[in-house]
Write a protein that binds this ligand. Sequence first.
Ligand code: FAD
Length: 299
Amino acid sequence: MLSAPSPSISFEFFPPKDDAGEAVLWDAIRRLESLRPDFVSVTYGAGGTSQDRTVRVTERIARETTLTPLAHLTCVGASVAALRQVVGLYAASGVRNVLALRGDPPGNVGGAWVAHPEGLDHAEDLVRLVRGLGEFTVGVAAFPDVHPESGGFEDDVEVLVRKADAGASFAITQMVFDADTYLRLRDAVAARRDLPITPGLMPVTNFKQVARMSQLMGTPLPEAVLRRLEAVSQDPLATREVGVQIAIELAERMLAEGAPGLHFITMNRSTATLEVYQSLNLQPGSPSGRAGLVERSEV
Ligand code: FAD
């Protein structure tokens, strides 16, 4: 009899701005590598230099670590020719897993989306493009609290169905602070397509940071979470403790309800993520097998 697959575990990083940030990032990557995650991902910035850094860091992960990278890629400010070129760079360094995103208008997350005149309008178009360029496993974004521009929950479900039909094989959500909204989306999509949806989990270590992020995303923190964090907002150590505890509770609930895994938004730090991970008593697994990503490809 086959044993039940262990949950897929992954870690998200962002491209560092300078050498000091790069050192912090690599320290986190090395510490988290020992947990043998299924994959690690690097977010894709809005501008040229930040995008170059994403490509460089992702390539270096592929080249110098045992980790399987998942490259975020957005349609922001890029023609189809430019997008093909980035995908080509990834392929050349053995990166075969892409998170296909639309992105937001640079410098104005809530602003009106305008596609590049020779670019793509929706993430589903990028899924199709990347799938058409070779043997890539493609993931997409999901929004349990409803994407701010969408017409509502049903529209979001429809968009995920379209992304699956375009060739996406999994989805990762925006950071989850309410397990019920995640489960509602997961179940509604599961009724229509086989698209595993992994919740994004961010152990809060800095109240101002998470409050700003949730405002930018257009999804306020749930009242209960806000109350717990506000009660300790003047005390950084207590904030961190409560933030980690909230993440543990969410992770336990979502895994108990059958979430396929957890995608940790690390903010390029390892300690809080390690604390949550260790409290869940998860066993380091056999990377990639669980998430269905392409482990590595020889170049
Ligand atoms: P889409 O799926 O294109 O959706 C955008 C809007 O258009 C939605 O309102 C949707 O309902 C609507 N829509 C979609 N398809 C259609 C259609 N065919 N017809 C009509 N309407 C449609 N941003 C970055 O810049 N870099 C990153 O690295 C990054 N990583 C992320 C990782 C995760 C896990 C998540 C959840 C988000 C990430 N984002 C990132 C943010 C993301 O780019 C934005 O939230 C963006 O606004 C939506 O991206 P999408 O890929 O879901 O776009």
